[in-house]
Design a protein around this ligand. Structure first.
Ligand SMILES: C[S@@+](CC[C@H](N)C(=O)[O-])C[C@H]1O[C@@H](n2cnc3c(N)ncnc32)[C@H](O)[C@@H]1O
Length: 175
């Protein structure tokens, strides 16, 4: 299923050939169908997402494991670092959650996730938030704590200082 009529922001791309891909990430081109099996349906990625996204088979396996390990009252999934949607889409496709909430602070990356969720037919199963996950959870999702699992796939590469590390304030005080 392709999504007709959606125009990506400038930093978002759907490359159609290896030659279009910037040289520093060309090595990921061969993995495109592992990243998203529906890549050819018009999947959107930012250039950073090529190495930040959770590949589809891994995301599916994680979704299976998390669903199997949770207690029954935990029926809400919160993907705190949604990226371009690799994990959020897999959680939604698993049909194991009453609702998936997905938070992403970068607006262009979030647009990719929403677009990709449409390609996979699960956009109606996910509620999206643009912003900082700690702030978003504190302001809007805190009451869901007893019913929720928080999944975190934070940035793992680049120059992470103590100050910039996304887990620096991991103090949500949930039960
Ligand atoms: C490793 S990627 C997540 C990839 C995602 N699991 C996927 O499969 O597409 C980490 C994402 O976290 C986002 N991010 C970093 N800090 C954040 C924060 N404080 N709140 C929300 N999102 C954040 C980044 O913009 C980036 O898109």
């Amino acid at each position: 299923m392709s999504v007709e009529g959606e125009v990506p922001p400038p930093e978002v791309k759907h490359y159609n050939s290896r030659d279009d891909v910037p040289q520093d990430i060309q090595k990921y081109w061969a993995q495109r169908y592992n990243i998203f099996s529906k890549y050819d349906d018009g999947v959107w990625l930012t250039d950073d997402a090529w190495f930040g996204v959770t590949p589809e088979p891994v995301a599916t396996k994680i979704a299976d494991h998390v669903a199997a390990a949770r207690s029954l009252k935990k029926c809400i999934m919160i993907d705190a670092f949604a990226g371009v949607g690799g994990n959020a889409i897999a959680f939604a496709r698993s049909n194991k959650w009453k609702r998936v909430y997905a938070i992403e602070k970068d607006p262009a990356v979030l647009q990719c996730a929403k677009h990709n969720a449409k390609i996979y037919g699960v956009e109606d199963k996910i509620t999206w938030f643009e912003g900082d996950c700690f702030e978003t959870i504190r302001l809007y999702l805190k009451d869901l704590g007893p019913y929720s699992v928080i999944f975190a796939s934070p940035p793992w590469g680049g120059e992470l200082t103590e100050e910039s590390h996304p887990l620096r304030t991991y103090a949500l005080h949930w039960r």
